[in-house]
Structures are given as structure tokens and as C-alpha cells.
Design a protein around this ligand. Structure first.
Ligand code: NAP
Length: 374
């Protein structure tokens, strides 16, 4: 990537990962940022820019809000504005997606597949394009058993939710487009809060497992501090790896790797290169939170198979209003995938960016979740 002036167009800049990436981009003084934002989120992005001004007084001059939506074939609302921007945009970061495990197939296709095709169409018209940075997900590996190398995509894997399947379909399109466009693909794992502050947007991924126990503990403590909280069983046990990654590592990688030369045509797994097992993950949180560790591991493969039988998933989904946990989460305690991160580690060489061990920041995640989600 060329040093100096950088004109970047970013989708998903108001999201969990995107907001942090915008901050990183602002650190590079000569970068101009065009944020594609839905009209309904204009007030949100204006508040975001106001708060950024505390650290970056020049944020309003360097962040330009552009009205757009993934559903628009030209990505932007105004075709005139799209044509103007295509004359100057050098890089596109595509983060916008409908990220929700329980999403319907139709909504997922519209946002994740059609939206990506619209972004690629926009990219094709960019006269000075250096690179499209496409944010995918490790979930494109589906239920693949074994080592998932970064260049893999079509491997006979199965999918158990529309979000993962449509991100997979979108990546197929992106790879095809990579034959004519300069594109780098980044696949984050299950993104959790910031490893330095614990900050997290919402209950998601492993928080679905942890927050109910925080609530039980809060309740029992209000009765008597000596009543213990038990974490009865460890789903996934020692065999299944826990592919969580803190958001700051994901954003540091995106920022660093996107500025490297020779990334076009490459895919980067953004996850912990040394993941702990599900059992270790639960034990770490039990120790930090003061819960009694599980008495046994439970392998959830039979549940995954059962959920694939006709009618069973619908039945399980009907319980979601009571459990507040999307049933799709079960699958992630059964997928025996191991993710290779060689490209990422290669391109991080010479930087001080490393993925922190979960033991070092589990306490921060817990403290933040206790304050905001319990
Ligand atoms: N979070 C994770 O654990 C995780 C893991 C792996 C990969 N990823 C990928 O990382 C990317 C960012 O995820 P995130 O966690 O930051 O998601 P997020 O917090 O849900 O943010 C989604 C972003 O996409 C925008 N968006 C959604 N629908 C849109 C539409 N129709 N038109 C324009 N913009 C739209 C949202 O804008 P509004 O503000 O208007 O809603 C928001 O800025 C996604 O591509 C996701 O698939 C996330």
C-alpha cells in the first residue's frame, strides 16, 4: 500500500468492529474516510464523530458521511455521488453485514450476499483502487473437521445457520472477483470485548454461556455471599477449541495488514493462533468469577445432529424467548475445526501485535459484562 495520502471508503463503520477501525484510520493523519451509512443511522454516526472529536479534533474534516445501504445496487443512495467517489477512493473496507445467528435466509442473502455484490460493483468502477479489504468470518468453514488453511473455502462443509452460509456465499463471490480486482480477505473468529478494557457491544458468542451464570451469582450473592455458583457441565470439553479473539487484536490486524504490500489475493485468519479448549475456557472463567468448575465435559455432537432433523430446530427455536439464547450457538461447541493463521502471523512479523492469552483478559471481560449485561 502506498504511504501518505489515503482515501478510504468504509462500510459498517458504525458497528462493533468498524467503530474501532475508524479510530485506527484517524491515527494516520493523511487518511480521508468516507463512511457509507444508512439514513436511519445518521444520528448514531453524528454522535460517534462528536465523541471522536475528544481525541481527534479534526475528525469532522476527515470523516465524510455518505448515504448508502447494502440493498442499493450502487451501494450509495446517489449515483452522482457514487461516480464522484469512484474517482478518488483508493481502498474499500467492507464490514457491513447482517450479523445475527438467528437471521432469516432471505434477510441474510439480501445483506450479506447481495450487499457484497453491490460493494464489488462499486469497486469495479473505482479508478484508483489499490485494494478492497473484505471482512468475512471464520464461520465460512462451517462444520469442517480438521485444519482449516487460510486459502480454503470450498471443502464440502455444512452450515447450520443462514448467517454463516451467506457469508460463505459472499466469500465465493469475493474470490471470483479477486481474479479481476485487488482484494484481501480477513476472517475474524468469535469476537469478544477489548482485552484492555473489557468493552463489548452486546451479549454475543460465549457471553450467552457466561451471562446466565453471572445473573445466578448476582442473585445468590444478594441472598447470601456463601452460596456457591456451579457451572455444571463443560460443553465441547477438551476436544473442541474455543476460537474467541478480542476485538482490539482483530482491529490491530486489520489496520496493520491492510497497510502491507503483497496482500492482494490473500486471506487472513484473525483469531488466537493458540486457542484454548472449551473446557479450559470455562475453567478460566470459573476461576476468575469464583464459580465451581464443571464436574464433567459434555460432547454436543448428538445435539447438533438432532438439530438437523426436520422440525427439531424449529422446536428448539420456540424456546428462545424463554432461554434468550439462540439455538445456533450449540453448533459452535461441537465444530472440530482448527484454524491455521500462517498468513496473519507472517504479515504481523516485525510488529508488536500479538493475540493475548485469554487468561490475561478474562477478568476484564467479566467485569465489563457484570456492569453492562447483568
Ligand atoms: N462480531 C463478530 O463476532 C464477528 C466475527 C466474525 C466476523 N465478523 C464480521 O465483521 C463485520 C463487522 O461485524 P460487527 O460485529 O462489527 O457487526 P455489527 O456491530 O452488527 O455492525 C454491522 C455494521 O453493518 C452496518 N449495516 C448493517 N446492515 C446494513 C445495510 N443494509 N446497509 C448499510 N450498512 C449496514 C451496520 O450499520 P447500522 O449502524 O446502520 O446498523 C453496522 O455498521 C461483519 O462483516 C461480520 O460478518 C464479525
Amino acid at each position: 500500500m502506498p504511504k501518505g495520502k489515503r482515501t478510504v471508503l468504509l462500510t459498517g463503520g458504525t458497528g462493533f468492529i468498524g467503530r474501532r477501525l475508524v479510530k485506527k484510520l484517524l491515527l494516520q493523519k493523511q487518511t480521508q474516510i468516507y463512511l457509507v451509512v444508512r439514513r436511519s443511522s445518521f444520528s448514531k454516526v453524528e454522535r460517534m464523530i462528536e465523541s471522536l472529536m475528544l481525541t481527534f479534533p479534526d475528525a469532522p474534516e476527515r470523516i465524510h458521511i455518505v448515504s448508502g445501504d447494502l440493498s442499493k445496487p450502487t451501494l450509495l443512495e446517489s449515483t452522482v455521488e457514487a461516480t464522484e467517489l469512484q474517482k478518488k477512493v483508493q481502498e474499500i473496507f467492507h464490514l457491513a453485514a447482517h450479523y445475527e445467528l438467528g437471521i432469516s435466509r432471505e434477510d441474510a442473502i439480501k445483506a450479506n450476499v447481495d450487499g457484497t455484490l453491490h460493494m464489488l460493483n462499486f469497486a469495479r468502477g473505482c479508478e484508483k483502487l489499490n485494494c478492497v479489504h473484505y471482512v468475512s468470518t471464520l464461520a465460512v468453514a462451517g462444520d469442517y473437521k480438521g485444519v482449516w488453511h487460510e486459502d480454503m473455502l470450498l471443502a464440502g462443509q455444512q452450515f447450520d445457520n443462514h448467517y454463516a452460509y451467506t457469508k460463505f456465499l459472499a466469500e465465493v463471490e469475493v474470490r471470483e472477483a479477486a481474479e479481476e480486482l485487488p482484494i484481501a480477505i480477513y476472517r475474524p473468529g468469535v469476537v469478544v470485548g477489548d482485552s484492555t478494557t473489557g468493552e463489548m457491544d452486546k451479549i454475543d458468542g460465549p457471553y450467552y454461556l457466561l451471562v446466565p451464570f453471572m445473573k445466578i451469582q448476582a442473585l445468590t450473592r444478594s441472598i447470601s455471599p456463601v452460596i456457591p455458583t456451579f457451572f455444571p457441565l463443560a460443553p465441547g470439553g477438551t476436544y473442541i477449541k474455543c476460537h474467541i479473539v478480542p476485538v482490539d487484536y482483530v482491529v490491530n490486524c486489520l489496520d496493520h495488514i491492510s497497510r502491507k504490500k503483497g496482500i492482494e489475493g490473500k486471506t487472513f485468519s484473525l483469531t488466537d493462533p493458540n486457542p484454548v479448549s472449551m473446557r479450559e475456557f470455562i475453567d478460566i472463567f470459573c476461576d476468575k468469577a469464583g464459580w465451581v468448575r464443571p464436574i464433567a465435559n459434555v460432547y454436543t455432537d448428538p445435539l447438533v445432529w438432532a438439530l438437523r432433523l426436520p422440525g427439531i430446530k424449529q422446536l428448539a427455536q420456540s424456546l428462545e424467548p424463554i432461554t434468550n439464547v439462540p439455538v445456533e450457538i450449540v453448533h459452535y461447541t461441537a465444530y472440530a475445526t482448527k484454524y491455521d493463521t500462517s498468513n496473519t502471523l507472517e504479515f504481523l512479523k516485525g510488529s508488536d501485535i500479538t493475540c493475548p492469552n485469554i487468561k490475561t483478559y478474562a477478568g476484564k471481560l467479566l467485569a465489563y459484562a457484570r456492569r453492562h449485561f447483568v
